[in-house]
Write a protein that binds this ligand. Structure first.
Ligand SMILES: [Zn+2]
Length: 498
């Protein structure tokens, strides 16, 4: 082709733009032309088109396109046809794109492992639930040997007390068919003898102080399942040790155990030892450790509160990173970038106000969830804040009141979540979704109050445009800073009252 013709084509190309359509979600997997979604009646589809003034229709219905070309719509799905048909028209020129969808391939059925129940098994941490796939109930420590009496869909049942049991996924069980601790099964024709676990007897406890922590030490004898929770009014930590017998006649207190006022025990059921750790002020973190066979609850001494965030040790966690993009906006803005940008601005702001700040990542690298929690714990953070931008699961109508939400899991974090949410609403002026109790990994740590902020919905064209705006990171950082100040002021007032 001659140079003149090429140039002419280039010039034409500038003035006669062929429309293009970029769908962000649903998006086909690599090496496939089909995207997998949940089996829902209607679903959202979003992305952007160029030129931005082109007309877009999806399955024959015209879709509103924003100034920057972004669009989102919620359309009924035809499961006989399984496709979105997109057409963009501009100046008589058109682009068509058929996006195929299907339901996620069904998970492979889990076959029951070849083992005899009941038996003893060893756990490698994990989470025990109220029933298979049920709510998180307790978090066993690695190396705990427990008794199991049933298996269902990949989960083992672990009896606690009476007719109360929890369930744990097979992946948290070590060597579940060759374990050396399998005992008491004698030959095929013989009935199985249940391996009786000797319930440890607890005779005494002691409370030991250190600079930052007050340790309640209970020599149990071996690791057992336990559940720990906080109560806010009056403030106390409640510990349940399962399959333990109390003979607790002796408890030694160090001279200064502040904020631990007293530890009292109860045995409300056979083999259930309950400890009530009452506190002189709201709980500000605790940790559980096993030192050989001693069970140790370390209660955090609350930090001294000065002006604002001065002297406080704060860890900020910009969610996602590296290959994990998080949610993606219609014009391609990634959540990982939006989170990091605000985190860097927030770090500078908090440091200017004399806080000590640690980031779980300061560039575009991937960090696992446990790794992020370890960063906060190693830094001995007083507060951990995880920053995110939201998206919806399949089937939820995006044309409802979507805005800002703050998440917590431990009661000790609830006041902080409330204070942050109030300032976020005031300053971002997005709809108020309120505060959520949710078992997300980044709000499960116990060592410090921890919250997760979903500041806005990156998948919505208007929110994405807001997040992209120059002033947004400053605005969000300021809101978080003000929320922290509000919480610390309220806490200080509360301390004075007591
Ligand atoms: Zn996220």
């Amino acid at each position: 082709m001659s140079y003149t013709l090429l140039t002419l084509l280039h010039v034409l190309n500038i003035f006669v733009l062929t429309p293009s359509i970029d769908v962000i979600y649903p998006r086909p997997l690599e090496d496939s032309d089909t995207s997998y979604i949940a089996r829902v009646d209607s679903n959202f589809i979003f992305g952007s088109i160029h030129p931005t003034e082109a007309m877009l229709s999806i399955n024959g219905i015209e879709v509103k396109v924003e100034e920057n070309g972004a669009f989102i719509t919620f359309v009924p799905l035809d499961w006989n046809n399984k496709r979105y048909e997109l057409t963009a028209i501009h100046d008589g020129d058109s682009a068509r794109y058929n996006l195929l969808f299907d339901v996620y391939p069904p998970a492979k059925p889990i076959t029951q492992p070849d083992l005899t129940l009941p038996r003893l098994i060893e756990l490698k941490g994990g989470v025990a639930r109220t029933h298979p796939k049920g709510a998180y109930y307790l978090f066993p420590d690695s190396g705990t040997v427990v008794f199991t009496d049933a298996w269902q869909n990949g989960y083992y049942r672990l009896p606690l007390t009476g007719n109360h049991s929890v369930w744990i996924q097979g992946k948290y069980v070590i060597d579940n068919d060759t374990s050396a601790i399998q005992t008491g099964i004698s030959g095929d024709s013989e009935p199985a003898i249940i391996p009786e676990i000797q319930a440890p007897v607890v005779w005494k406890g002691r409370i030991v102080q250190s600079d930052r922590w007050v340790d309640i030490i209970i020599p149990v004898g071996r690791k057992v399942l336990y559940r720990i929770s906080e109560e806010t009014d009056p403030p106390r930590i409640v510990v349940e040790l399962f399959n333990v017998i109390s003979h607790l006649d002796h408890f030694a207190y160090s001279p200064d155990t502040e904020p631990v006022k007293e530890v009292v025990w109860d045995q409300p059921e056979d083999r259930l030892l309950k400890l009530y750790i009452s506190l002189s002020q709201p709980c500000w973190g605790y940790k559980v450790n096993w030192n050989e066979t001693d069970f140790i609850v370390s209660v955090r001494r609350p930090p001294v509160l000065r002006k604002g965030v001065k002297g406080l040790n704060i860890t900020i966690d910009p969610g996602h990173g590296g290959n994990d993009h998080g949610a993606i906006g219609p014009t391609g803005l990634t959540e990982k970038d939006a989170n990091l940008k605000t985190a860097l601005v927030l770090k500078r702001l908090l440091e200017k106000k004399n806080a000590v700040v640690t980031l779980t990542r300061s560039d575009d690298t991937y960090r696992g969830l446990m790794n992020r929690i370890n960063v906060a714990e190693d830094a001995e953070a007083d507060i951990l804040i995880s920053l995110h931008h939201n998206a919806l699961p399949d089937g939820v109508n995006p044309f409802t009141e979507l805005g800002t939400g703050t998440y917590y899991y431990r009661p000790q974090s609830r006041d902080l979540a409330n204070a942050l949410q109030k300032e976020l609403i005031k300053r971002l002026q997005l709809p108020d979704e309120g505060v959520y109790y949710n078992n997300l990994a980044l709000v499960r740590p116990t060592a410090m109050p921890t919250v997760l902020i979903e500041a806005a919905y990156i998948m919505l064209p208007e929110h994405e445009a807001l997040i992209k705006s120059e002033e947004y990171p400053e605005k969000l950082a300021e809101a978080i800073y003000k929320g922290l100040c509000r919480h610390l002021k309220e806490t200080k007032k509360h301390r004075k009252r007591d």
